[in-house]
Design a protein. Structure first.
Length: 155
């Protein structure tokens, strides 16, 4: 697994479609080269953060050059409330379906965030949550294999 950062992307505009800035070309290339994408996102105002939507716009444009086409995806979300992330994830699923990204729809991962849940070095403090996340990642790995076996990506 590798993190693909998107914090340096400018605000997307179709005016860039004829000549993407280098940072956007590098981002699109990074998305295009991975086997799958796991979105790990907070819920903001019953949606996804604006920066994530902007990154998806960059990767999926210009028309006909969508880096998400046939790329398996999964979503893990978090919010301070028990189910707030569910609404944000539904919004992300809607966006990704337009991007032709096959999504793992079950199991779903709604994580209630608490400040001490995950340490800076990645340790999960609640055993049930750690077990759930390990199971989720195992299922996601299986999903990726199934999708890429029966639904090959296009170049």
């Amino acid at each position: 697994m590798q993190e693909i950062p998107f914090g340096d992307l400018p605000l997307y505009s179709y005016d860039y479609d004829a000549d993407y800035p280098a940072v956007a070309r590098e981002f699109k290339a990074a998305i295009a080269t991975v086997d799958a994408v796991l979105f790990v996102t907070p819920e903001y105002n019953r949606s996804i953060p604006g920066g994530l939507k902007n990154a998806i716009d960059w990767a999926s444009r210009p028309w006909g050059q969508n880096s998400f086409t046939r790329k398996p995806s999964g979503i893990i979300g978090t919010s301070p409330g028990a189910i707030g992330t569910a609404v944000g994830q539904q919004h992300l699923k809607s966006i990704l379906s337009f991007c032709n990204s096959p999504m793992m729809n079950a199991i779903e991962a709604y994580i209630q965030f608490t400040p001490d849940l995950i340490s800076d070095d990645g340790k999960v403090s609640v055993e049930a949550t750690e077990t759930f996340l390990r199971n989720y990642m195992s299922e996601f790995s299986n999903f990726i294999g199934r999708v890429l076996t029966v639904y090959p990506r296009t170049a």
